[in-house]
Design a binder for this molecule. Structure first.
Ligand code: PLP
Ligand code: COI
Length: 351
């Protein structure tokens, strides 16, 4: 059923100020946002409106208790101007998993999808079509009622903002395996896409950056023995010809890119193992010359190969190999996303 979305169109578009040939990630924003509000137990006022600052009371609960969750998605435009989303229902499902964990209301899938689709129609010109660029879509929800009692908010705001974007990482990344800090713990919120998870990563990531790394490889919180995620990405490790990734758990985000890669790999005769992978196993494989590739996966970063990693003061270089799983899988997934190949899985959704 079509939802009645109120449209308040912008008077003067900003699009002329944007250099679409030099897009970085998430720096410029399209003309409009979609917004709706959860008040008195119901989602109401679905509106597309100019992308402008929003007014909140200083006592709004988001500022104090961090009830805030988000999603990351992309819209792709093919050569003929057709627009596609990739597995959008999965993002809605995951947003609602996050909402439950943070005591926030679920968003109905039709509101989520129709909000995005209508926003993409009005801001269609903002969707880039050049190779490697896309419209990054950021749906998010936060606690908007006022009050300093540490309890869940009564009202919430859901907004979708979009940003024409290029690559998140333009080169291979150097990573540091974390031995002290953790991004998540058992029983915590690691599996939710909660804003606070990212805030908690900034300090350890900054320490790694100061040592010359781009990202931290998160290990399990108590013993730091097992490899779990790569910054804001899931992680894949190739030892010999086996592609390994950690099973998801309380501490790991169930990445949509990750599960798509697992499916594509299996269907293309790449042997995959979803199992715990210890730092020690990776070090031994590196020493014996069996460690062939490491890469991160995520919507923003797609597939980002790792050039080297540091652990306990030693640097381990990944070999330069010719035909990598990373480039094979990246081409397969981006060809599906951008309508350059058939989509045997039904993942691509035309807008
Ligand atoms: N892990 C974390 C912590 C993330 O923030 C992301 C990004 O969304 C991912 C993994 C990858 O998830 P997805 O592939 O669904 O974007
Ligand atoms: C994404 O990949 O969409 C993310 O949400 C990661 C982000 C922190 C840029």
């Amino acid at each position: 059923m079509a939802i009645d979305i109120k449209i308040q169109a912008i008077k003067n578009s900003k699009i002329g100020t944007v250099d679409f040939n030099n897009l970085s990630f998430g720096k410029v924003f399209s003309d409009h946002v979609f917004q709706c509000d959860f008040i008195n137990g119901n989602w109401q006022n679905p509106t597309i409106k100019p992308n402008e600052p929003i007014l909140l009371n200083p006592a709004a609960k988001i500022f104090h208790y961090g009830q805030s969750i988000f999603e990351g998605m992309k819209a792709y435009k093919d050569e003929s101007g057709n627009v596609f989303l990739f597995r959008p229902s999965e993002n809605c499902r995951r947003l609602n998993i996050s909402a439950n964990r943070l005591m926030m209301p679920e968003i109905p899938e039709e509101l989520f999808i129709q909000g995005i689709e209508n926003l993409l129609k009005i801001d269609n010109d903002w969707i880039p079509s050049a190779d490697g660029s896309s419209l990054y879509i950021r749906p998010f929800m936060f606690a908007s009622s006022d009050g300093l009692r540490a309890s869940p908010s009564d009202s919430y705001t859901f907004i979708i903002t979009t940003a024409p974007s290029g690559a998140y990482f333009s080169e291979k990344i150097k990573v540091l395996i974390e031995e002290k800090y953790a991004r998540a713990a058992n029983g915590g919120v690691g599996y939710a896409k909660a804003g606070g998870n990212y805030a908690a990563q900034f300090y350890p990531t900054q320490l790694a950056i100061e040592k010359g790394y781009d990202q931290v490889i998160w290990t399990n919180d108590n013993s730091h023995e097992f490899i779990e995620e790569a910054g804001a990405m899931n992680i894949f490790i190739r030892i010999g010809d086996v592609l390994i990734t950690s099973p998801t758990n309380d501490r790991i985000l169930d990445g949509i890119t990750r599960k798509s890669i697992l499916q594509i790999a299996q269907d293309n005769n790449i042997y995959v193992e979803v199992r715990k992978i210890s730092v020690n196993e990776v070090i031994q494989a590196a020493k014996q010359g069996h460690l062939k590739e490491m890469f991160g996966s995520g919507t923003a970063a797609v597939i980002s190969p790792i050039s080297s990693f540091g652990y306990q003061g030693t640097e381990y270089e990944l070999p330069e190999i010719f035909e990598t799983y990373a480039s094979f899988l990246k081409k397969k997934i981006t060809d599906i996303q951008t309508n350059k190949s058939k989509d045997p899985y039904g993942w691509r959704v035309k807008v």
